[in-house]
Write a protein that binds this ligand. Structure first.
Ligand SMILES: C[S@@+](CC[C@H](N)C(=O)[O-])C[C@H]1O[C@@H](n2cnc3c(N)ncnc32)[C@H](O)[C@@H]1O
Length: 490
């Protein structure tokens, strides 16, 4: 049997997202965007080229509504107008995708297809994949509540690897009312060059994956630029062959020095942008033309490829797009309540618009200074705990109230400190126009907010209980003289 066929990744090939938890949206007529293009046979770009209003807003034209009719060029996702690509086996990074034709800057390369699942399901799966020991991650964030999981089903887009200096990028497009993720060329890519984009990988814990992109400015590890990673202590697992530096040849992203040929050498010498394989002799030098015969193959539709039992074994990290990120997950560290973070490729953000400080994270920093989580509401009153305690006869009751007040004050200052600690991360996200912050940051924030709320509730209920149910001091206070119990201050 052909050894390469044996290694065929087990997944179901699709070129349309598969919606697992809901139906594909049906575009309403009033939501259809109609451009103003007029087809001119002498100008091919006139039929929804770069100047098309829909193209400019990353929206595909709707068939039957576009003034250019069947010559409309702005239906690339719908018509699967992908660039020609080829799958090949990398050294150390699993499978990858190479350009099988010259690709132009800005060209749509391929859609990142997979199963569209809820964020909750993504977390569940991420945890399951982790448990199964899957090495590669394929879950990316689609929007605030959904992710795309290309683990079991996907397009060839699932094989595109990460590079710190990539030749591609991800972009979101509105296609008939649904957001879809495409991979686009950042610049001209020659035939034979490996395709790669920046996963914007967000690391939340767990294994650290050595980045083997080989770019000059490689950050070293997937997610190394993310805050969680930077704060963590570096731990290397020596026995992990896959990530052992000595054993892995270096790979340079195609962007560093675009080449049309791939070469493999038997020495540690790098040739062009790609790396050597130590197990080959000099006779084994391969160049791109041969690569296609030797190690590259085209993935065929499921019905033509014999699939073994589809027991997908996993993934540890995940990838994503432009304004999306791949995420690592750590079921213990980031989700102390036993929730695994879905690999979010961040992306993005997987859309958790936690409210931090006074405004949502996506609001600009010019917003007013943080006020310790307190809403500036003129009618809001604060309970004067000391005054309330002073009304009571029982020492025990007084102490109970004062203790609660102390806990509440601690929780409030804890929240204030946390804000100062995480402010750089919040600001970073704002700068990047992210609409959410990393889950680890948000989790900490939520925990601190909950502590404060609980402490406030405990204090108020303790005051109410004691004022209502225990004896007041015999000696009337000033307030009592006025015949009112004044517990609230302005
Ligand atoms: C979406 S998959 C890409 C396809 C994958 N290479 C495969 O064989 O299926 C993402 C995974 O590929 C690996 N990977 C991608 N880029 C890498 C890089 N620059 N360095 C190391 N591993 C990488 C990581 O294991 C990552 O979780």
């Amino acid at each position: 049997m052909d050894p390469h066929v044996e290694e065929l990744p087990q997944y179901i090939h699709i070129n349309q997202n598969d919606f697992l938890t809901r139906r594909h949206k049906k575009q309403k007529e009033e939501d259809i965007a109609i451009c103003e293009c007029k087809h001119n046979a002498n100008d091919p770009d006139s039929a929804c080229g770069d100047g098309c209003l829909n193209v400019l807003t990353s929206t595909e034209c709707t068939p039957g509504y576009c003034p250019c009719g069947i010559v409309c060029k702005n239906q690339k996702f719908q018509k699967c107008e992908y660039a020609k690509t080829k799958l090949f086996k990398t050294e150390g990074r699993g499978w990858g995708l190479v350009a099988d034709e010259n690709i132009k800057a800005g060209q749509f390369v391929i859609e990142y297809c997979g199963e569209v699942i809820s964020w909750k399901e993504a977390k569940r799966r991420s945890q399951a994949y982790e448990t199964q020991g899957l090495k590669d991650a394929f879950i990316i964030c689609l929007n605030a509540s959904e992710s795309i999981d290309a683990t079991r089903k996907g397009s060839l887009g699932r094989f595109i690897n990460h590079s710190c200096q990539p030749n591609c990028e991800t972009r979101k497009w509105n296609v008939l009312g649904e957001i879809r993720v495409g991979i686009f060329a950042k610049h001209d890519i020659p035939i034979g060059a490996e395709l790669a984009y920046d996963y914007n990988f967000e690391w939340f814990g767990g294994a650290k994956v050595r980045c083997l992109c080989g770019a000059l400015k490689c950050s070293g590890f997937l997610g190394a630029k993310s805050r969680g990673f930077q704060e963590d202590t570096y731990l290397w697992e020596d026995d992990d062959d896959r990530y052992s530096v000595e054993k892995i040849p270096v790979y340079d992203s195609a962007e560093d020095e675009p080449v049309s040929k791939l070469r493999y050498l038997n020495s540690e010498t790098y040739v062009n942008n790609f790396v050597g394989r130590t197990e080959h002799s000099m006779d084994d030098i391969l160049i791109a033309e041969n690569l296609s015969e030797a190690t590259a193959f085209n993935v065929q539709p499921l019905d033509s490829v014999q699939m073994m039992d589809l027991d997908v074994k996993t993934i540890r990290t995940e990838v994503v797009s432009n304004d999306m990120k791949l995420y690592t997950h750590d079921t213990e560290q980031d989700f102390p309540q036993k929730n695994a973070i879905v690999s979010r490729i961040r992306s993005t953000t997987a859309g958790r618009n936690y409210q931090i400080g006074r405004g949502s994270i996506s609001t600009k920093r010019s917003s007013k200074a943080y006020n310790g989580g307190r809403l500036k509401n003129p009618i809001q009153k604060k309970v004067d705990a000391k005054f309330a305690a002073g009304l009571l006869a029982s020492k025990e009751a007084q102490e109970e109230i004062l203790k609660c007040e102390e806990i509440k004050n601690d929780a409030t200052s804890g929240l204030d400190c946390l804000y100062n600690e995480i402010r750089p991360a919040i600001e970073e996200h704002e700068r990047d126009s992210q609409d959410s912050v990393s889950t680890s940051v948000a989790e900490k924030w939520i925990e601190a907010c909950c502590l404060k709320l609980k402490a406030e509730f405990d204090l108020y209920s303790t005051i109410v209980k004691n004022v209502a149910c225990t004896a007041h001091k015999a000696k009337p206070t000033e307030v009592d003289n006025d015949n009112e119990i004044k517990l609230l201050t302005g």
